[in-house]
Write a new protein. Structure first.
Length: 213
């Protein structure tokens, strides 16, 4: 049974409503993967998420998958129960996922009951394609030489994060042309996959805690 949470912003992972665990989140051993931050100019959101997790009493360890081997990843995740994959540059993240063998290690992690939580780029890479990372402004991203947009294919749909009415208007033509089902998320929403059931979630209370990423 796979348990996955895909959010627009990382604040949903820390503060939103979802029921993927049978114990409080501050009793879970987390791997906090911040690799996608390494190709964005402002990483203050990373520090703010770390601060928030500490405020909530989370037991987490920072993990950078860039340059790691599959065995190193297995060792890092050996005692972990959940992954919090934060956002940043989707293309850099998928590049690191491929080079490190993270996808296969993640499958093993999920098979033994681990939970994957992604936000923004962390959600995008879970999809069958990361093409939607080019939809909002195809001149505004650093693609890191990535031309194959294949994602980890953990879910059968695409996600567009940080949706506003303006963004929905921009991406609508791409949605109509995509061969995949596309799910839109604003920054108070997430999608939960549990027992093969896909559920939209929304928690308006996290808006005041929204600080990016």
């Amino acid at each position: 049974m796979r348990k996955i949470l895909l959010a627009s912003r990382g604040t949903y992972v820390t503060d939103g409503k979802y029921d993927l665990f049978d114990k409080p989140r501050n009793e879970i051993k987390w791997a906090y993967i911040t690799t996608a931050r390494k190709s964005v100019p402002n990483v203050e959101y990373i520090k703010k998420h770390e601060q928030r997790m500490r405020e909530l009493g989370w037991d987490f360890e920072i993990l950078d998958i860039n340059g790691k081997t599959p065995d190193q990843l297995r060792q890092a995740l050996a005692d972990k129960e959940a992954i919090n994959m934060l956002g940043g540059n989707t293309f850099f993240l998928i590049k690191c996922i491929r080079e490190s063998g993270f996808r296969d290690v993640l499958e093993e992690f999920l098979a033994r009951g681990g939970v994957y939580c992604g936000s923004s780029a962390g959600s995008y890479v879970a999809c069958p394609s990361i093409e939607m990372a080019t939809w909002k402004d195809d001149k505004a991203f650093d693609g890191h030489g990535v031309t194959d947009f294949t994602g980890m294919n953990m879910v059968p749909f695409l996600i567009v994060a940080h949706c506003t009415l303006e963004i929905i208007t921009i991406v609508k033509p791409h949605i109509e042309q995509s061969k995949y089902d596309v799910k839109l998320l604003n920054d108070q929403q997430a999608i939960q996959i549990k027992d093969n059931q896909i559920e939209y979630l929304e928690d308006l209370n996290i808006q005041s805690k929204d600080f990016g990423g």
